[in-house]
Design a protein around this ligand. Sequence first.
Ligand code: AMP
Ligand code: MG
Length: 411
Amino acid sequence: MLSVKEAEKIIFNLAQPLNEKQDREIVDLSAVDNRILVDSVSSRLDFPHWDNSAMDGYAVRYSDVQHSHESNPTALTVVEEIPAGYQPQITIQPGEAARIFTGAVIPPGADTVVIQEKTRRQADRVLILEAPQPREFVRQKAAFYRAGEVLLPAGIQLKAAEIAILAAAQCTQVDVFRRPKVAIFSCGDELVTPEQPLKFGQIVDSNLFALATLVKEAGGEPLILGIVKDQPSTLRATIQMAIAQSDIVISSGGVSVGDYDYIDQILASLDGEIHFRSIQMRPGKPLTFASFLKNKVLYFGLPGNPVSALVTFWRFVRPAIAKVSGLKTDWEPKFIQVESRGELKSTGKLETYIWGNLDLDRGVYQFRPAFGSHSSGNLINLSQTNALAVLPVGQTLISPQEDVFVMLVGR
Ligand code: AMP
Ligand code: MG
């Protein structure tokens, strides 16, 4: 059976970013949050645009004030007042200064700002009580960014800081990748929707809702196809339609023993290439991964058990969607090493994922397994968890206070 690492390699190799030419759209700056930049962005403006003051004080010529001292202050004539947003009108001559405020443009002739705390004002004169450093408190034009250089690189996700930079560069229309389309359906004769009356033995389809939420969180656009009966002709029609309309197809259920055969036949009859049907992982062993149309469309057949469906999504599908969406870095799952606060057990035969919480204890993260049953059918104690502890194959126990690798999955 394939290891998780081998499965991951196959999936992440086939998950290729959307096409930079065809799969792009222009989005207004106000609606661009979390989208992925297609091209790098540069600006015609330097940052800062002009030499400006970092403080409230006086703009001076350094050579005038370099020997100033409380016992020997330098007296300068204040020739202008420069608030932020105002264009200086006067060139500072020897023996002169300008009153200046934070963010205001340094007037020609001046090269240094003396903060107001180190001055004393006397009518139209100012006494400089302490020598500044040369160019002190002047934010130099282009010190942060030079016009024409790369301001934001291609393939990054736009969050608050990047959006602020786009705004500052007056980039109001932004070229981003379209969101990958992700078709989702649930298979099982026993499934009903949350609205339907529940007959004895039936199960409400919760996976569809969980997966749609996860797809949106991952940057995809869910295409909800609903519940499909365990019946070859309907399944075939659904998968065929899903492939035609999306970049990624996710089904849950219908991949456990006994169901294999016709799913395989259906995937094969639609010219799908099945890469694997099970992996060395718990929960999540019965995971099918296939691709269609020369790997243009990826198909994930997730196990039906609610926990298995979510864990396999987090481990494989979320990074795949992130990579397809155009994200150049940072799409991989993230693992961090922390102390476990509970005992973690595995049979040692499968790479085992145990759900729980990364909590902060006096500034240090630690993992606490979820209270209650760790059955892959137990949806209930997944609530409020944010992490999965990973026990590699061969490891049967992690005792409290021992370190464990933990994958971040939420909040
Ligand atoms: P399967 O993978 O189809 O054998 O399903 C395994 C278990 O997960 C069964 O108990 C199913 O009833 C349950 N299950 C399958 N699909 C879903 C779903 N969409 N929502 C909730 N439970 C499901
Ligand atoms: Mg089933």
